[in-house]
Design a protein around this ligand. Structure first.
Ligand code: A3P
Length: 289
């Protein structure tokens, strides 16, 4: 049994170490040329990060291969003393920086907004995201125990998981997409047409790479490649943090796995809640490919 508990900031459950470091996070000084990768957990953060990384290095696999993925673009809210926090790591980085966050808009350090930074948001359909998060919760030893699928189902729909409600997170970023420099992508689109989505990211980053380089990036960032690559599959993380014998980080990487988890009754109930919570947004998710 795990001792871990989440703490809250303004009603949003977060890792306790993040909350303990909150003043450093809130006073973080963004720079105008920062690019921030933003996601609700389990929406394809690692995938988009590797795409951005490859684009940044002009598709030079050798260069990309030299660092383990979790060290490349720090999470600004990450903290585990005595190690340097995400903020410490970001502060030590040369510009232009690429950073990551799972924070909802209302908790983002204000300096990002005042510096008009670029944001790359990736959204994944709620049901697959929920399933992926469940398996992550089971294996990630620094998160609370999720309990049974049925118990976790309630926790998720009530937004009591780490980083809060999927509904509020996705809606929050979607609603401000035209007010800031936000490229809003969908996991399902990335699965369907990775080349097109990678080209969008390239444009957004102001890069113009040859088609053969883009094709190489498509190949190198495929699920199969990333699952086999020790620099992208988190296999270097100790078992005391991620026990991948319970569930691998690179688990399935598909659209529609929710069908293997939701009962018919759960699905009906979820659809009803979804309608209520997402009422009035123009967001549309693809639920199967
Ligand atoms: P599953 O658990 O459904 O397999 P994050 O990086 O935000 O934590 O998201 C992890 C999810 O993205 C996992 O989903 C993982 O398998 C999936 N993923 C990671 N790399 C991927 C890739 N290259 N293509 C498709 N899915 C990928």
């Amino acid at each position: 049994s795990r001792q871990t508990k989440l703490k809250e900031v303004a009603g949003i459950p977060l890792r306790d170490s993040t909350v303990d470091n909150w003043s450093q996070i809130q006073t973080f000084k963004a720079k105008p040329d920062d690019l921030l990768i933003c996601t609700y957990p389990k929406s394809g953060t690692t995938w988009i990060q590797e795409i951005v990384n490859m684009i940044e290095q002009n598709g030079d696999v050798e260069k990309c291969q030299r660092t383990i993925i979790q060290h490349r673009h720090p999470f600004i809210e990450w903290a585990r003393p005595p190690q340097p926090s995400g903020v410490d790591k970001a502060n030590a980085m040369p510009a232009p920086r690429i950073l990551r966050t799972h924070l909802p808009t209302q908790l983002l350090p204000p300096s990002f907004w005042t510096n008009n930074c670029k944001y790359l948001y990736v959204a994944r359909n709620a049901k697959d995201c929920m399933v992926s998060f469940y398996h992550f919760y089971r294996m990630c030893q620094v998160l609370p125990n999720p309990g049974t699928w049925n118990e976790y189902f309630e926790t998720f729909i009530n937004g009591k998981v780490s980083c809060g409600s999927w509904f509020d997170h996705v809606k929050g970023w979607w609603e401000i997409r035209d007010r800031y420099q936000i490229l809003f992508l969908f996991y399902e689109d990335m699965k369907r047409d990775p080349k097109r989505e990678i080209q969008k990211v390239m444009q957004f980053m102001g890069k113009n790479l040859d088609e053969e380089v883009v094709d190489k990036i498509v190949l190198e960032t495929s699920f199969e490649k990333m699952k086999d690559n020790p620099l992208t599959n988190f296999s270097t993380i100790p078992k005391t943090i991620m026990d991948q014998s319970i569930s691998p980080f690179m688990r399935k990487g598909i659209v529609g796995d929710w069908k293997n988890h939701f009962t018919v009754a759960q699905n009906e109930r979820f659809d009803e809640i979804y309608e209520q919570k997402m009422d009035g947004t123009s967001l549309n998710f693809c639920m199967e490919l």
